[in-house]
Design a protein. Structure first.
Length: 234
């Protein structure tokens, strides 16, 4: 008699394009039930994927910079239980802007989207994640203070370094929690955000990134790792 394992569920925040869309595809291929989110005006590609998924892909709309929308999504998913919460949401600014150049409005936009909003999602949805599950947030190797030896991408770097610090504080407040906490550095990937000059293809990054997430399942505490599972220095 063959015993099948229960289908696992991921809530993937920010899946309408780029890395997020590829992550959704990867988890569907691995037999997971995927609850994927995007902004209301960016769902067409995900809807096409959902139509082919035989019900395995469930769509929700949310702008995580809008607190009311985050609260409403949490209420809609109140009775769900998750094996994995993965927050993949972020923006970049003009790569040439230094901290001396950036406007206050642009600085706030990047910091709210890349640092504050992902942590609000983690705080709001943490209790839906199984006690032995995983909470993962998409960071970047550029969030490493140690590795910042040439400057560049200053505002984006700062937003990811802030995200890392907030996640580390979250881990400290939840010491002894059985969940795995991950900060993920997917590498420089050729997407709309990464640009055509990026070193990695989506196919080189995302399957390895998902392997890394799965390899860390059950390893409690906070881990800052890249797509190949290598530890990234803080």
């Amino acid at each position: 008699m063959t015993v099948t394992s229960p289908q696992k569920t991921i809530l993937l925040i920010g899946a309408s394009r780029g890395l997020g869309y590829a992550i959704a595809e990867q988890y569907l291929e691995r037999g997971w039930h995927v609850i994927a989110t995007g902004r209301a005006n960016s769902m067409s590609k995900l809807r096409q994927l959902a139509d082919k998924s035989s019900g395995a892909l469930e769509l929700e709309t949310v702008d995580i910079t809008d607190v009311d929308q985050v609260i409403a999504l949490r209420e809609r998913l109140d009775d769900r239980r998750l094996d994995l919460l993965l927050v993949n949401a972020g923006v970049k600014n003009d790569d040439r802007e230094t901290i001396a150049d950036v406007s206050t409005d642009e600085f706030v936009r990047v910091m709210v989207t890349n640092s504050l909003s992902p942590m609000r999602v983690v705080e709001r949805f943490q209790d839906l994640v199984d006690r032995s599950g995983t909470i993962a947030v998409m960071s970047s190797g550029q969030g490493s203070v140690t590795n910042n030896v040439n400057g560049n991408y200053e505002v984006y770097r700062g937003s990811k370094a802030a995200l890392n610090t907030f996640m580390r504080s979250y881990a400290a407040r939840h010491a002894g929690d059985g969940r795995t906490l991950l900060l993920l550095a997917p590498g420089w990937v050729r997407t709309d955000m990464g640009g055509p000059e990026a070193r990695l293809s989506v196919e080189e990054s995302i399957p390895n990134l998902v392997d890394t997430i799965e390899a860390h399942a059950g390893r409690t505490g906070l881990h800052y790792v890249d797509y190949l599972g290598r530890v990234v220095p803080w």
